[in-house]
Design a protein. Sequence first.
Length: 376
Amino acid sequence: MNIITIYKQDLSSELENKIASFLSEYFHSEINEIWKLRFNLIWHSNPYLTDDVPAGWILKNDDDEICGFLGNVPVEFQYENIVLNASGADSLYVSKKYAGIEGARLCISFIKQKTDILIDSTPNETAEKIFEKLKFNKIRVEYITSYIIVIAPFSLLKYLYNKYHSNNVHESNLFHSKKLKYFENNGQPVSQSRFDIQNLDFFTSHGYSLKRISSVSEFMNCINSHTVDKRILLSRKIESLNWILFSQEVQSLLHRSVISIWDQAENYIGYCVFDIKEESRSQRYLLVRQIDLIVSDVNILKALKKYLKVVAKRNGCFMIQIRLIMPDVNLDLMLRKVIRLKKEGKNNYLVKLPNDRDFSLDEFYASALDPDLGFV
């Protein structure tokens, strides 16, 4: 069994097709075309994947067949004026025949690379066990709270059934009755176009205006209003923000939107980032990744909730999920007042700081905009 390190110059359509086909064996909900969109985002458009940084590791058997894979997503963090290189582990999978020690070998290859921060923000059960043995630590919170706004109850039930009670990725016959189909998305037909995502450019409610941000330069003008305390956080460089928020690759995969929030006097209040997630061709939901406010007012979230509901209905979404990893205390309290339906999930955001530095893991700020988050 050989582990081969792949670099940017090794990537080709043939190799990526082989990796995509192999990963589709395990991640049944992902088809080859989706994997290629992922590779475009984490590798081809990634400004931090240089020629000397691994794109990932492949495990091959004696017949030269791929039987294991672990991707690498380089990204830049910062601590005050210090630039920190980070690497995120992505999509660990080893064929059942070779599972066990070979998965550990791939993880060891990942942690041997020269970098300042090692992350696995979406580990599967196997990866989580291995990385914890390799002294990765969870960030401070034990559970992550998600706030749920239901748009189409029957579609939500179908989603939960397929996710938790069926090993078959195809829809269960239980949900093919005409009566249930009529009630999906409040009786409105679901768009059949796979990437026909509609956005709302301007919206007013509860004394606030919400405007869609369409460029990284516009976003830079907003983010400069946010003060940053002493912590490790994602780079605010224009290259990073353009890649994570506005690149064509992130739009193709995640349909990401960024909106700014203003009061009646045209004072800037904050921003929100959300994606339109596609579970299937007929099922979508709106996933809020980040809300950052410089003013505490519950009416801001009431206005935001109303805006998101309009966008969700336009796009045939069955629910809105607000999933913030480490929200501000005031923001969390306001969310609890505005949204009653909450769900707690296990926090499995794993981090390791391999080098001796003047900071600790307590200063690490986990962001829902980490490029690996939400891909699987």
